[in-house]
Design a protein around this ligand. Structure first.
Ligand SMILES: Cc1cc2nc3c(=O)[nH]c(=O)nc-3n(C[C@H](O)[C@H](O)[C@H](O)COP(=O)(O)OP(=O)(O)OC[C@H]3O[C@@H](n4cnc5c(N)ncnc54)[C@H](O)[C@@H]3O)c2cc1C
Ligand code: SF4
Length: 331
C-alpha cells in the first residue's frame, strides 16, 4: 500500500486566509485531492502543509454577467458537466468535464484542480521505487536527465487536463488572487513549455474563477478525447474546436475558428494559420482538410504518455475530420 507522507492540513474559510497560508514556503493547495494526493503517495512532492479549499463556499457557483459566465474554480467536474447555463452556452466544456476519469472522481475533482492539473509523464507518474529503479529519476523527480528527450534540459511532460483545450478554444480566462490582489490571465497564455512548473500561477496565488465569454452569434464547438478506455483513462490525444459562424448567412459561413490540441507537451497547442477559412462554409471539404493538415503539421506527440507517438500523430487529423463532420451534421 502506498502511504501519504506526513503534512499539516489547513482548512480556511476565506480567500485571504488561503493567501496568508500560501506565504509559508512548502505549502500546496488541495481542492478535490484526486490528483495531488496520488502524486504525494508517489513522492513527487513533499509539502509540509496543504491548504484545503473544501470549506470555501465562495469558490462555488456559476454567475451570468452580461456576456460572460463566471464559473467558480471549486465547482466539481460533475457540476460543470451538468450545469444548465454551462450546457446551454458551452456544451464542449460540459462534454470535456464529463469525460474526465469516472463519476466518483468527477464528484470530487474540481474545475480549478483540472486547470491546474500537474503535467503527466509515463516515466514520472510511477512509484518512487519504479523511478529510482529506472536509473535515478528524471528532471521532474529525483534525477537530472529526460527519458523522453535524451539530452534534453527541459521537461516535456504532458498537459493532460480534459477541460483545458475546451476552455482555451472558448477564449476563457482565469482569475488569480494573491497578496497583490486579483489579476486575470487568458488561459491561452497561462501554460508554459516547462513541464516541472507549467503554469504562470505565482506560488502565493489561488485561482478563484474561470471566465468564459458567451458567443456573440451562432457557434459550433466540440471536444474530442481519445483514450484507451472510455472511462478512468487520461487522454492520449485531446482536441477542442470552436467555429463562430455568421448569423445572417444560411451556409454556416465561418467568422472565426479555434483548434486547440492537448497531450503534446506541457503547453496546449493552438493550431495557427486557420484564418484563411474565414468566410468559408463549415461544411466545405476545404475546412476539414485545412484544419486536419495544419494540426498534423504543427502537433508532434512525444513518448511522454503511453502509446506509439507516431501513431498518435497520425490519428490527430483523423480526429479533427471526425469532430468537424459531427459539427457539420449539427448545423
Ligand atoms: C484514476 C484517475 C483518472 C483520472 N483521469 C483523468 C482524466 O481522464 N482527465 C483529466 O483531466 N484528469 C483526470 N484525473 C485527474 C484529476 O482527477 C482531475 O484532473 C481533477 O479535475 C483534479 O481536480 P482536483 O480538484 O481533485 O485537484 P487537486 O488534486 O486537489 O489539485 C490538482 C492541482 O491543482 C492545484 N489546484 C487545485 N485547485 C486550485 C486552485 N483553485 N488554484 C490554484 N491551484 C489549484 C493543486 O495544488 C494541485 O497542484 C484522473 C485522476 C485519477 C486518480
Ligand atoms: S518529460 Fe522527461 S523530465 Fe519530464 S517527466 Fe518525462 S522523463 Fe521526466
Amino acid at each position: 500500500m502506498l502511504r501519504l507522507p506526513e503534512f499539516e492540513v489547513l482548512t480556511p474559510t476565506s480567500v485571504s486566509e488561503v493567501i496568508e497560508a500560501l506565504q509559508v514556503p512548502g505549502t500546496r493547495i488541495v481542492a478535490g485531492g484526486t490528483d495531488i494526493l496520488p502524486n504525494l503517495k508517489h513522492r513527487l512532492d513533499q509539502p509540509s502543509r496543504l491548504v484545503s479549499l473544501a470549506r470555501l463556499t465562495e469558490f462555488r457557483g456559476v454567475k451570468e454577467e452580461n456576456d460572460v459566465v463566471k464559473i467558480g474554480s471549486g465547482m466539481t467536474l460533475t457540476q460543470v458537466a451538468t450545469h444548465p447555463v454551462i450546457r446551454q452556452h458551452f456544451p464542449s466544456l460540459a462534454d470535456a468535464a464529463s469525460r474526465v476519469a469516472s463519476p466518483v472522481i468527477r464528484n470530487m475533482g474540481t474545475l480549478g484542480g483540472n486547470v491546474n492539473l500537474d503535467t503527466r509523464c509515463r516515466y514520472v507518474n510511477q512509484t518512487e521505487f519504479w523511478r529510482v529503479a529506472l536509473g535515478g529519476g528524471c528532471l521532474k523527480s529525483e534525477g537530472n536527465v529526460c527519458h523522453v528527450v535524451p539530452g534534453g534540459k527541459n521537461c516535456v511532460a504532458a498537459m493532460s487536463a480534459d477541460t483545458v483545450p475546451a476552455l482555451i478554444s472558448l477564449g476563457a480566462s482565469a482569475v488569480l488572487v494573491g497578496p497583490q490582489g486579483p489579476r486575470t490571465v487568458e488561459l491561452a497564455d497561462y501554460f508554459t513549455a516547462n513541464g516541472v512548473a507549467h503554469t504562470k500561477r505565482g506560488e502565493h496565488e489561488v485561482m478563484t474563477e474561470i471566465h468564459v465569454p458567451k458567443a456573440s452569434g451562432p457557434r459550433r464547438a466540440a471536444y474530442f478525447k481519445w483514450s484507451v478506455r472510455k472511462s478512468i483513462d487520461f487522454p492520449l490525444i485531446s482536441l477542442a474546436l470552436a467555429f463562430d459562424l455568421e448569423a445572417d448567412r444560411g451556409d454556416a459561413a465561418i467568422r472565426s475558428v479555434k483548434l486547440v490540441v492537448g497531450v503534446l507537451n506541457s503547453k496546449p497547442r493552438e493550431v495557427s494559420g486557420l484564418e484563411t477559412l474565414i468566410g468559408k462554409s463549415l461544411a466545405s471539404p476545404e475546412v476539414s482538410e485545412t484544419c486536419a493538415a495544419a494540426a498534423h503539421k504543427q502537433c508532434k506527440p512525444l513518448t511522454n504518455v503511453p502509446y506509439d507517438a507516431e501513431y498518435r500523430r497520425k490519428m490527430i487529423p483523423v480526429y479533427v475530420r471526425r469532430a468537424i463532420a459531427e459539427l457539420v451534421e449539427g448545423t
